[in-house]
Ligand binder design. Structure first.
Ligand code: FES
Length: 121
């Protein structure tokens, strides 16, 4: 069945209790990490990689949102992103997007629903 491609990401409860979660993954054969967060009650996941200078969003601070809570923010140079689309709103990288990762929710648990993704312990 389709479910055998699902990798566990987190539970809804874990997401509710944290501002964001990091999972170490391999995606398309490269080791990287994923950020997972809830925004307006929906869960989102992206590769934790800012296209500006190739840093994780939380590289300088233990945070991925700006002070308003409305935008993702890379702590390296402060570029901001739409949390729903991953689209950059800062001039240098305007319109470029974080790599989104599909999530699937089953009975309060969230799974990565991506073919080329495996978890790294
Ligand atoms: S590396 Fe993310 S804003 Fe520069």
């Amino acid at each position: 069945m389709a479910n055998d491609k699902l990798n566990p990401a987190c539970t809804r409860r874990e997401l509710h209790e944290a501002n964001f979660l990091i999972r170490h993954i391999q995606f398309k054969k490269l080791p990287t990490s994923a950020i997972i967060f809830a925004f307006e009650d929906n869960a989102y996941a992206y590769i934790n990689h800012c296209m500006h200078m190739h840093r994780p969003l939380n590289c300088e601070e233990d945070a991925i949102f700006d002070d308003t809570g409305k935008y993702l923010r890379c702590s390296m140079h402060g570029f901001i992103f739409d949390p729903k689309t991953g689209e950059c709103r800062s001039p240098v990288c305007f319109g470029q997007r974080l790599q989104a990762l599909r999530l699937k929710e089953i009975d309060g648990a969230l799974y990565f629903a991506e073919k080329h993704l495996t978890l790294i312990e």
